[in-house]
Design a protein around this ligand. Structure first.
Ligand code: FE2
Length: 220
């Protein structure tokens, strides 16, 4: 029976996350460059960024300069960050109604890349719960997953499938509200979120490398 009164879910609050797929060429170019860096002992040591990061993992190399010099990558990052900003602004201003999005598209917005790095994780590595400081947005691009990862993930029969996954945490609980969001790493997939949002990465047990790039961004 149709009700003769109106009802609308309004969604005025954050946090929102945007998901995108990076061009294959960007993923390939990054992997080539990271493999070069990790193959050169001197550069690998010079770029070691582990003292600045939360991760309990094998390799964390600073890539800020490299990222800034890859136009196809920076175009992608800027585009997703701008789109996220406009859509969030629109959603928050209009209670989740996206009908005004076109108007916001015309705005120009300068995105700054503050820091960027690449993590290589091997069996047992993990990234404890943390958030990113000194920026507005943080993001991840998955660059490699271990060859046997899919089989390991499918074999994980625990109540919550978490092996090798990234998880976002928001402490609030309510009917209709999720406070945990699990993300399975898939090469080429990209997520951007407000930098204050807590997140962590769970370990896996199989052989091979799980590689991801993270970038902290701000609005100019
Ligand atoms: Fe992080």
């Amino acid at each position: 029976m149709a009700a003769d009164y109106s009802m609308q879910v309004v969604a005025p609050f954050s946090p929102l996350i945007i998901k995108a797929t990076a061009p294959d060429a960007v993923v390939s170019a990054l992997n080539v460059r990271v493999d070069q860096i990790l193959g050169a002992q001197g550069e690998r040591r010079a770029r070691d960024w582990s003292q600045h990061l939360a991760g309990n993992l094998t390799t964390e190399v600073r890539m800020t300069d490299v990222i800034r010099q890859m136009p196809e990558l920076t175009d992608f990052l800027y585009d997703v960050a701008r789109t996220y900003t406009y859509r969030c602004e629109n959603a928050l201003l209009n209670y989740g109604n996206y009908s005004e999005t076109e108007e916001l598209k015309d705005k120009t917005l300068e995105i700054q890349i503050k820091e960027g790095w690449v993590n290589d994780m091997y069996a047992g590595d993990f990234n404890p719960v943390h958030y990113h400081q000194g920026c507005i947005y943080s993001c991840v691009l998955f660059l490699k997953v271990p060859q046997g990862y899919e089989a390991e993930f499918q074999a994980d029969k625990h109540r919550q499938n978490s092996v090798g996954c990234l998880q976002f945490i928001d402490s609030r609980t309510a009917v209709g509200t999720r406070n945990l969001f699990m993300v399975k790493p898939v090469v080429g997939e990209f997520y951007l979120w407000p930098s204050w949002m807590l997140h962590c990465v769970y370990p896996f047990r199989g052989a091979g490398v799980r590689r991801s790039m993270s970038v902290n961004m701000a609005l100019a």
